[in-house]
Design a protein around this ligand. Structure first.
Ligand code: MN
Length: 229
């Protein structure tokens, strides 16, 4: 029941997106088999209007999500803002690529880190409702404990949280790792340039001289490959 509830809660996610124009997952695929006791997390680096990090925890069949304008804090006692956003489908964990300009969240998305997480107290859903999640992340970059705490925002907004570095200091990651996808090893720039996940057919025809020129080059390369065969 809890899972079904979670899947139905994707309405806001779906309402904000036009799946004819973005290659982000539409949700609704069957859930993958779950390893007992381990739930997944993902952090996506997202260069939208403003660069931020999307922190997502698998829970109740969806990805509970927060936007972190400054990413994770690394030094014990440091706290960064975490704004709760709409649930995302589980398949979003794998999404890396480009959301077309003009679409919700338009910009480049990198799978910045992912792995398993645990919550102290063993009742993640209850802890989430109560507004305090004491997390242990076992990712490729983030390996330690952090705590998410809900705070009262201006005008009583309920989506404002803080993510605190608890436990011990963690070593901040290197500049190179900061710009490194754990899914493909690419940098943000390489993802933006590759455009491999962009759904070309859904986009309005771009008839600028530059794009016509690029299209001609693509055609020429295709022909050359065929000739070589
Ligand atoms: Mn985002």
């Amino acid at each position: 029941m809890a899972r079904l509830y979670g899947r139905m809660a994707l309405e806001e996610y779906k309402r904000k997106r036009d799946f004819k124009k973005t290659v982000e997952p539409a949700g609704g695929k069957p859930l993958p088999a779950k390893i007992k006791g381990a739930s997944r997390f993902v952090i996506q680096k997202h260069a939208a209007r403003r660069l931020h990090y999307d922190f997502r925890l698998e829970m109740e069949g969806v990805l509970k999500s927060w936007a972190l304008p400054k990413g994770l804090p690394w030094k014990r006692g440091e706290k960064h803002l975490a704004v709760e956003v709409e649930d995302h489908p589980i398949e979003y964990e794998d999404f890396e690529g480009i959301i077309p300009e003009g679409q919700y969240g338009g910009g480049t998305v990198m799978v910045w880190d992912r792995g398993n997480y645990r919550v102290y107290g063993e009742q993640p859903v209850k802890s989430l409702k109560e507004g305090k999640l004491h997390l242990v992340l076992d990712g490729e970059k983030a390996k330690d404990e952090w705590t998410l705490v809900r705070i009262r925002g201006r005008e009583g907004e309920k989506n404002q949280w803080l993510i605190l570095k608890t436990g011990t200091d963690a070593k901040p990651i290197s500049k190179k790792l900061e710009d490194h996808s754990v899914k493909t090893g690419r940098t943000m720039r390489q993802i933006a340039e590759a455009r491999d996940a962009e759904w070309e057919s859904g986009r309005e025809a771009d008839a600028s001289p530059t794009s016509k020129f690029k299209a001609r080059i693509r055609d020429a390369i295709k022909k050359k490959k065929i000739m070589r065969l």
